[in-house]
Each structure stands twice: as structure tokens, then as C-alpha cells.
Design a protein around this ligand. Structure first.
Ligand SMILES: Nc1ncnc2c1ncn2[C@@H]1O[C@H](COP(=O)(O)OP(=O)(O)O)[C@@H](O)[C@H]1O
Ligand SMILES: [Mg+2]
Length: 234
């Protein structure tokens, strides 16, 4: 049984080691050398990886208060810094990533939801939890971040008022502006497609006995997510 427990002790985070952890550590070293605020890899043993805490306030409790256009703008900016920094990085020859991926010169974080950012004064100041990193189209990280910052009309919230929708649209526009995305971005279409991909990735990881995905699959979560998605997919 793999432990999925993340243990924070002082300024060190201990996380379960995965087959892709060494590759992720190499990526983190590169990102830090480009001044991107990500954890510093400290050590690896057979079972665990050890990385530093990033500055700022982290955790799921830290982010709901940051669902503002300014917060979304700062997420877009930080995601852009990650993408820009990875374009001149060559992954190790034996690079291993958590999920099957396309070939791309950009490495994406893969899971840039607000709960994986550290926050200070309502702005994203750090990005951790790099297990889902993989070479990918930059738009896939943007779509994933939008899924969480603009839960409209991606999630079924029929009673949502026009004001809420306007705020969601403003957050989407701010995230795209922070990133510096210049082309049109079909928010609902791309975010729901990325959600479908994320569900497939959970199933893939579960079928390869990785936790917590195997438990989620056993508990029937992918089916529930898909039904929810089908109800709102544009
Ligand atoms: N490097 C880090 N810097 C700051 N906080 C962290 C860091 N790594 C983990 N945490 C904290 O631990 C929690 C869980 O860690 P995370 O790496 O996101 O794993 P998971 O989402 O798989 O539980 C985070 O929500 C955050 O509060
Ligand atoms: Mg996390």
C-alpha cells in the first residue's frame, strides 16, 4: 500500500516518491535557476521525496478567498513564467512523466488549480505539487486553471446570477491577460475538454496502481465526474 500522505516538518515537505520524481526534481532545479518560485528539491530516498516549502499561504483553505480577477491574473502570470522557463530546458534523456503525453517544447505543471499555488495578499506567489508535470501544449495548463477559477458554465450552478457570471468572465479574461494569451480562447470548450482528459489520466494512473488514483477509481469517482461533466458540457 503506497502512502499518499504529505508530511510537513519545519520548512521541509515529505511526499511519496514516484517513478517520475527524479525527472520532476530536475525540472524544479531548472525552474528555480530561472527564479520561478517553486519548491527546492532537497533529497530522495527509496520511499520519499523531500522538497522545501514555498513562501506564502498554501492549502485548500488559502484559496477560496482569492477568487478575484487579480488572483486569476497572478495565476496566469505565474503559469506563463513556468512555461517560458521550460522552453529552453532539455529534460533528462531517461525522463519519465506521470501520464502519457504529447511531444512539446513546453513542460506544463499539469495541475495548476488554486490549491496548488501559495498566496500572499491575494496574489499567487508560488506553485507546488508537481506530480502531474508533463510536456504539453501550454493551452492545457490554461484550460485546467480556468476550470478551477471560472467554474461557469463548467460546473452545474443553474442559480448563478448574471453578476456571478460577469465576475467569472472577468476572472477568465484576467487569467488570460496575466498569461499574455493573445488569441481567442474558448473557455468552456477547452476547460471541459481538459477536464475529460484529467479524468482519463486518473483512470490511467489508477490502472497502473498509483495512489490516490487507484482508490478514486475503486470508489467510482471517474463515473461521477463524467456524469457531472456531461450535464454542463457546451
Ligand atoms: N512546497 C510546498 N510549499 C508549501 N506548501 C506545500 C508544499 N507542498 C505541499 N504543501 C502543502 O501540503 C498540501 C498537500 O500537498 P500537495 O503537494 O499539494 O499534495 P496533494 O495535493 O497530493 O495532497 C498542500 O495543499 C499545501 O498546503
Ligand atoms: Mg495538491
Amino acid at each position: 500500500m503506497q502512502t499518499r500522505e504529505v508530511v510537513i516538518s519545519g520548512s521541509t515537505v515529505r511526499r511519496p516518491r514516484k517513478p517520475w520524481t527524479e525527472t520532476v526534481h530536475a525540472l524544479l532545479v531548472h525552474l528555480r535557476s530561472c527564479d520561478v518560485p517553486v519548491p527546492q528539491p532537497l533529497a530522495l530516498d527509496e520511499q520519499f521525496e523531500y522538497v522545501s516549502l514555498v513562501g506564502g499561504h498554501a492549502g485548500d483553505e488559502a484559496w477560496p478567498g482569492h477568487l478575484t480577477a487579480d488572483a486569476a491574473h497572478s495565476m496566469g502570470q505565474l503559469i506563463r513564467r513556468v512555461h517560458d522557463a521550460t522552453r529552453n530546458w532539455s529534460p533528462p534523456t531517461e525522463a519519465c512523466w506521470s501520464v502519457p503525453h504529447t511531444s512539446s517544447i513546453t513542460v506544463c505543471h499539469g495541475d495548476p488549480k488554486p490549491g496548488n499555488f501559495a498566496w500572499l495578499d491575494g496574489r499567487a506567489v508560488g506553485l507546488f505539487d508537481w506530480d502531474a508535470a508533463r510536456p504539453a501544449d501550454p493551452a492545457s495548463d490554461i484550460a485546467y486553471a480556468l476550470l478551477w477559477t471560472v467554474p461557469v458554465p463548467i460546473r452545474p450552478i443553474p442559480e448563478l446570477s448574471a453578476t456571478d457570471r460577469r465576475e467569472a468572465d472577468a476572472r477568465a479574461a484576467a487569467l488570460l491577460e496575466g498569461y499574455g494569451w493573445e488569441d481567442p480562447f474558448e473557455v468552456a470548450e477547452r476547460a471541459t475538454a481538459r477536464h475529460e482528459q484529467a479524468i482519463e489520466e486518473v483512470e490511467w494512473l489508477g490502472s497502473h496502481h498509483h495512489e490516490p488514483h487507484a482508490s478514486w477509481v475503486r470508489d467510482g469517482w471517474p463515473g461521477r465526474w463524467r456524469r457531472e461533466l456531461r450535464a454542463v458540457r457546451p
